[in-house]
Design a protein around this ligand. Structure first.
Ligand code: DOR
Ligand code: ZN
Length: 413
């Protein structure tokens, strides 16, 4: 049994909490707050195929540093994860890597939708947390942009009671804008190529498919006022649709290109300050259901290439919670809403069994983000230099008490 003594809980009261464990420990948690551990419904941990950017050893340490107990990993791998057998092989590698670092990180895997493999959806419920559809192309080769295949994905998933999670950007519109703006080489062109209109067209299509077939739909990394308007009205007429927002769309906007260039190239791209404000309003009014980091690590060398070659993506698994705790500190978010967005709603949308995984946070700890403190293998973050108030300091994961250090995570038995 782990006994957490004198800890503040979500309702503001101070208590002693007991958590099932094989070990016997008493933790003096005076000054700390106990929250359900964060579930990250959207990560790219790069196995198999791009282990030089991340693997599950480094990613598990990064997850712990970020107070994360469970992740859902995306299928844009090499080879792509588009079959049950690919899911099984991926699971075997992950389990080996997690065992090596002794971190019992919980995880679910997405099956990638791909033309020629759509029958795999029928066998997916026992193996996948949902079906990922790239309606617009991004990192890797996954893409479903023809209406017949999209219809088939939504029909098959609905029959299996599986969630369909979409990367909603219209491929044809993005390609056309890319040709129009081909002479521009500065990274900020990215936000004009992949404009909110391209996202809105894809979101409209996804909502219509979910409505027609009764599919449970998650629209990932929603970033613009236009998408939010469509999603608000779909929710109001009872469509089974849920909305994810990412930390980079909440904490960064197009002004970040001046300092970070391609390092903040991401799909969908950063939006302007008006869209960012709209996203915070959607957090407040309940339109946004969950926060996913969309942890998408790439190396500095890759990001330093010219605009057209530099890959899109930003790492975020370990800094999402500190960023959100800092937003709480600044009065932009309540702690209750934070827990809904990072735990409760995700548990309910994906019908996860209730867990007993927790994170202890020091809401008053002030720390500046430094690249050298990061656990992610890519080793850099566009949040470096930001001073944040509120950090996770320990986790209770599957009955294990794990302290979070600035660099190493220490497992005590
Ligand atoms: O910016 C992105 N990076 N968006 C995606 O959709 C994929 C991700 C990645 O895997 O790098
Ligand atoms: Zn993603």
């Amino acid at each position: 049994m782990i006994e957490i003594v004198d800890v503040e809980t979500l309702d503001g009261s101070k208590r002693s909490i007991q958590i099932e464990s094989e070990t016997s420990q008493r933790i003096d948690a005076n000054g700390l707050t106990l929250l359900p551990a964060r579930i990250d419904p959207h990560v790219h941990f790069r196995v198999p195929g791009a282990e030089y950017k991340e693997d599950w050893r480094s990613a598990a340490k990064a997850a712990i540093a970020g107070g994360v107990s469970m992740v859902f990993d995306m299928p844009n791998n090499t080879p792509n994860c588009t079959s049950v057998s690919a899911l099984q092989s991926k699971r075997a590698i992950i389990d080996r890597q997690l065992a090596e670092v002794g971190i019992p990180l919980q995880y679910g895997l997405y099956l990638g939708a791909e033309h020629g493999h759509l029958h795999e959806i029928d066998a997916a419920p026992d193996h996948a947390v949902g079906i990922k559809v790239f309606m617009g192309s991004s990192t890797g080769t996954l893409l479903v942009d023809d209406d017949v295949s999209l219809d088939e994905v939504f029909t098959r998933a609905a029959k299996q009671g599986l969630v369909v999670s979409v990367h909603a950007e219209d491929e044809a519109m993005v390609q056309a804008r890319s040709r129009q703006l081909a002479s521009e080489t500065q990274p900020d062109v990215h936000s004009r190529i992949r404009n909110p209109e391209a996202a809105a067209v894809a979101v409209t299509k996804a909502i219509a498919l979910a409505e027609r077939h009764g599919t449970k739909l998650c629209v990932l990394h929603v970033s613009s006022a236009q998408e939010l308007k469509l999603l608000r009205s779909a929710k109001a007429r009872g469509v089974d649709v849920f909305v994810e927002a990412t930390p980079h769309h909440l904490f960064l906007d197009t002004s970040a290109y001046a300092k970070w260039g391609n390092h903040v190239k991401v799909n969908p791209p950063l939006r302007d300050a008006t869209d960012r404000k709209a996203l915070w309003e959607a957090i407040a009014d309940g339109t946004v259901d969950m926060i996913g980091s969309d942890h998408a690590p790439h190396t500095q060398e890759e990001k330093k290439q010219p605009y057209t070659s530099a890959p899109a993506g930003i790492a975020g698994v370990e800094l999402t919670l500190p960023l959100l705790l800092d937003a709480c500190h600044q009065g932009q978010l309540s702690l209750k809403r934070l827990v809904q967005l990072t735990h409760d709603n995700i548990e309910s949308i994906f019908a996860l069994p209730a867990s007993d995984d927790w994170v202890l946070v020091d809401r008053n700890l002030v720390r500046t983000v430094k690249d050298e403190d990061l656990e992610t293998k890519c080793g850099w973050s566009p949040y470096a230099g930001m001073t944040l108030t509120g950090w996770p300091v320990a986790m209770i994961l599957q009955g294990k008490y794990i302290e979070i250090g600035a660099k190493e995570c220490l497992i005590t038995h």
